[in-house]
Design a protein around this ligand. Structure first.
Ligand code: PLZ
Length: 446
């Protein structure tokens, strides 16, 4: 494993009241300036972050097991990334690629075309956010096929814009009061092994979805099937083996564009460049964001060159899409991932998490399942193993327990009953182990 040196001490350090005085002051200012509609997981305000830690404005040091929702995979201030951002911004912060183009955009597109699965001619187009990438993937699929319908899955999360709200499954908090939503979106059952039961194979779960699609929508009207290869906000649901490949094969046989939303699972998070690789699928289009640029806002749609041919010049774009500083950051992020072998680290993180947490499953009836891949791991909590009734209070209480002891942990899931672990891939092993010990105590305390 590559040795990483850190700028900040990689430790838990808590002094005094929680949240501290300065965080409390900021919370008061915030209440008068920022609406409650944008909520935060933790009541602590950030001052600095590096490797596996976040320092708050009161000098407390927390272990980061969230990476700002799977973004800072290389850490929040990786040296190469910081340098690239500084250097790029000294020359120009913006020209607009649609006005005066520049090399960085092209270099990022080349990298994406090379790293994404599938050995066929590809193109990439850059945007700012995950939602924007997903919206554009849908635009491209519709233009390429001349069809309208989009198939999405239970528990899906694709964003907060109008079209992506329609694509997202969960009503509260994402959709409630924000309709009407975009039409021609059809939702079908996902493969969710923990809740489907072990008897339902991936192939059967795929057939269940395909039967519904064919009966209720009709393959000839469908532009695209859109799916997260591992669902993120929905609960880190890893579909049963064969589910994704069967859906992809069926889509191919009907000339339907298969879009993998790798916004959360992509870029070394799962121990491969893309989670699609685990199932040997080669999506027609892939959406990426989050981990791609070390914290700078950047996203992309990458896919088969021929799909882009039907899109008229000027049909894709946006003022900031592929910002030059964000592109420089992405190139440095990718180099860092290669230099530090972060795929290997993600697999090691999975090993450490499984070692500590899997033994608790047979012992504790509230811990239903430990699942995930690489550094995208989740614990699903239930009232008891037999009923499998979701237990969101357990997930919330465990997250609070951890935070008060210096470990920042996120929850997720359709039922809010999942604790997810998304550490920066650069977290030191001993710090991760210390954080996991606190998590184990937290689970036992319920
Ligand atoms: N697709 C698979 O995970 C973003 C959003 C959290 P944006 N997930 C975190 C929140 O509450 O807003 C996400 C994702 C997948 C698309 C998106 C959307 O990415 O960059 O947040 O627009």
């Amino acid at each position: 494993m590559t040795n990483i040196t850190y700028r900040l001490p990689q430790e838990i350090k808590l002094n005094g009241t929680f949240p501290g005085e300065h965080s409390q002051q900021l919370a008061q200012r915030r209440a008068d300036a920022v609406p409650a509609g944008v909520a935060s997981t933790a009541p602590i305000y950030a001052q600095d972050a590096d490797g596996g830690v976040i320092l708050d404005v009161d000098g407390n040091s927390f272990v980061d097991l969230g990476s700002g929702i799977a973004v800072t995979s290389v850490g929040a201030s990786a040296p190469r990334v910081v340098k690239a951002i500084q250097e790029a911004s000294e020359h120009f912060t913006h020209t607009c690629f649609m006005v005066t183009p520049y090399e960085g955009y092209i270099a990022v597109a080349e990298k994406l075309n090379e790293l994404t699965p599938g050995n066929f001619p590809k193109r990439s187009v850059l945007f700012n956010s995950g939602a924007e990438a997903v919206e554009n993937a849908v635009k491209i699929a519709r233009a390429a096929t001349g069809r309208n319908a989009i198939i999405v899955f239970d528990h899906a999360y694709h964003g907060r814009t109008n079209l992506t709200m329609a694509l997202t499954a969960k009503a509260t908090p994402y959709k409630k009061g924000f309709g009407p939503f975009a039409p021609e979106i059809y939702r079908v059952p996902m493969s969710y092994p923990y809740r489907d039961g072990e008897e339902l194979t991936g192939t059967q779960a795929a057939q269940r979805a395909i039967d519904i699609i064919e009966k209720q929508v009709g393959a000839e009207y469908i532009a695209a099937v859109l799916i997260e290869p591992i669902q993120g906000e929905g609960g880190f649901i890893v579909p049963a083996e064969g589910f994704l490949s069967n859906i992809a094969q069926w889509a191919k046989s009907k000339d339907i564009v298969f879009i993998a939303d790798e916004v959360q699972a992509g870029f070394c998070r799962t121990g491969r460049w893309f989670a699609s690789e685990y199932e040997g699928i080669e999506p027609d289009l892939i959406t990426t964001a989050k981990g791609i640029a070390g914290g700078m806002p950047l996203s992309a749609v990458t896919g088969r060159a021929e799909l882009f041919e039907k899109v008229q010049p000027g049909g894709l774009g946006g003022t900031y899409g592929g910002n030059p500083v964000a592109c420089a950051s992405a190139l440095a992020t990718i180099e860092t991932m290669q230099e530090w072998n972060l795929n290997e680290r993600a697999l090691r993180i999975e090993q450490l998490i499984r070692q500590k947490l899997e033994p608790l499953v047979p012992e504790l009836p509230i811990l239903g399942q430990v699942r995930g891949r690489g550094a995208m791991m989740a614990l699903e909590f239930v009232l008891d193993t037999n009923s499998q009734e979701p237990h969101p209070q357990a997930a919330r209480d465990i997250a609070s327990y951890c935070l008060e002891r210096g470990v920042l942990i996120l929850t997720c899931g359709t039922y809010g009953n999942v604790v997810r672990l998304l550490p920066p891939l650069t977290i030191p092993e001993n710090l991760l182990e210390q954080a996991l010990d606190i998590l184990v105590e937290g689970i036992r305390s319920i």
